[in-house]
Design a protein around this ligand. Structure first.
Ligand code: ADP
Length: 326
C-alpha cells in the first residue's frame, strides 16, 4: 500500500452546521502531518467536473463559526453511474490526490463505499448530517445545532400557543429518523413526539392532549418527524381537526431554518475531533471507515456498518418524554 501524500476533501449531500469546522480540522491536521490538501467543490460533482483547488491553512481561517460549507455541496446523479465514477477517478489521479475525506450523510458514504471498492482508493467518512441517522456514532456533525434551532423555534411557538390555548403540530426534519423530533420534544417540554420508529394512533394522542387540557395546561405541542412514514404534521393536524373539532389546531413546519446557523460548541468540538481522527486513520493505514465517537472515544466504523444498520432510538427517551408530559 503506497503512502498517502495528498488528500482531497469534499462535502456532499445535505448540508449541516459544523461542516466548515470539519473542513478546517481535516485541512489543518493534514498539513500539520505533512500532507497536501485539495478542496473539491460541490461534492462528487466537483470531482467529476474538476472543480478542485489546493488548500493551505489560511483557506480555512475564520470558518469554524460559520454554518453551511465553504466547499459547497451538491447531489450528483452522475456519480451513481460507473462512467461518472471513472471520470472522478481519472480527475483524482490527474490531481495527484491519493485519498479522500468525505463529509456527508448516508448517501454520500454509500457513494464513498462503492468508489473505494471500485478503484481501491482509501476513503474516510465523517458523519455530517443534522438527522443523526448514521450508525456507529453517538451524534453526527450538525445534529446538536439543529436541535438547538428547533428549541429556539418551539419556545417561541409555545408563547403564542399558550396565549391562544392552541394545539400545535410542529414538523421537524430527520428524514426517516426520529432523533430530532424525540429529543427536541424532551428538551422543549413538548407533550408528544411522532416519530417514524414508533406508530402513534390519533386516539392515543387525543387522550394525552385532552388529559393535559383537563389538568389546565393551556397549550399542547407535538413534534412530528417529517418522514413519509409519519405522514408529517399536516397529516396529523387534519385528522385531529376532523375527529376532535374542539381543539384549535395549528401547524408549523420549521423547514430549512434547521439546516443553517452558527454551529454549537458541541458540533464544533465534534467536527474538530473527527477531522483530526480522519487524518490519524489515514496515517494508520485505515481505509473505508467512518469516524465515529462512542462514549467519548473515537472509533472507526466500516462504511458497510455505518450505512446498512438502522441506528435505534433509545426507548428510555420515549419513556422520559411520556412521563414528563403528563
Ligand atoms: P446525504 O449524503 O446527505 O445522505 P444524498 O443521499 O443526496 O445525501 O447523497 C449525496 C450524494 O452521494 C448523491 O448525490 C450521490 O452523488 C452520492 N450517492 C448516494 N448514493 C449513492 C450510490 N448508491 N452510489 C453512488 N453514489 C451515491
Amino acid at each position: 500500500m503506497s503512502k498517502v501524500k495528498c488528500i482531497g476533501i469534499l462535502t456532499s449531500g445535505g448540508d449541516a452546521p459544523g461542516m466548515n469546522a470539519a473542513i478546517r480540522a481535516v485541512t489543518r491536521a493534514a498539513i500539520c502531518n505533512g500532507l497536501a490538501v485539495k478542496g473539491i467543490y460541490r461534492g462528487y460533482k466537483g470531482l467529476i467536473t474538476n472543480e478542485i483547488s489546493e488548500f493551505q491553512t489560511q483557506n480555512v481561517s475564520n470558518i469554524i463559526q460559520q454554518g453551511g460549507t465553504i466547499l459547497k455541496t451538491a447531489r450528483c446523479k452522475e456519480f451513481t453511474t460507473p462512467e461518472g465514477r471513472k471520470l472522478a477517478y481519472d480527475n483524482m489521479q490527474a490531481q495527484g490526490i491519493d485519498a479522500l475525506v468525505i463529509i456527508g450523510g448516508d448517501g454520500s458514504l454509500t457513494g464513498a463505499r462503492i468508489f473505494a471498492q471500485e478503484f481501491d482508493v482509501p476513503c474516510i467518512g465523517l458523519p455530517g448530517t443534522i438527522d443523526n441517522d448514521l450508525y456507529g456514532t453517538d451524534t453526527t456533525i450538525g445534529y446538536d445545532t439543529a436541535l438547538n434551532t428547533i428549541l429556539d423555534a418551539v419556545d417561541k411557538i409555545r408563547d403564542t400557543a399558550t396565549s391562544h390555548e392552541r394545539l400545535f403540530f410542529i414538523e421537524v426534519m430527520g428524514r426517516d429518523a426520529g432523533f430530532l423530533a424525540l429529543n427536541g420534544a424532551i428538551a422543549a417540554g413538548a407533550e408528544a413526539a411522532i416519530i417514524p420508529e414508533l406508530s402513534t394512533e390519533v386516539d392515543q394522542l387525543q387522550e394525552l392532549i385532552s388529559n393535559g387540557f383537563r389538568k389546565s395546561k393551556s397549550s399542547s405541542i407535538v413534534l412530528v418527524a417529517e418522514s413519509e412514514i409519519t405522514g408529517g404534521a399536516m397529516h396529523y393536524a387534519e385528522r385531529v381537526k376532523k375527529e376532535f373539532p374542539q381543539y384549535d389546531v395549528r401547524v408549523s413546519i420549521l423547514g430549512h431554518v434547521q439546516r443553517g446557523g452558527r454551529p454549537t460548541a458541541h458540533d464544533r468540538i465534534l467536527a474538530s475531533r473527527m477531522g483530526v481522527a480522519a487524518i490519524d486513520a489515514l496515517l494508520e493505514g485505515q481505509r473505508n471507515v467512518m469516524i465515529g465517537i462512542q462514549n467519548n472515544e473515537v472509533v472507526y466504523v466500516p462504511f458497510t456498518r455505518a450505512i446498512k444498520n438502522d441506528k435505534p432510538i433509545d426507548m428510555n427517551l420515549v419513556r422520559v418524554l411520556r412521563e414528563l408530559s403528563i
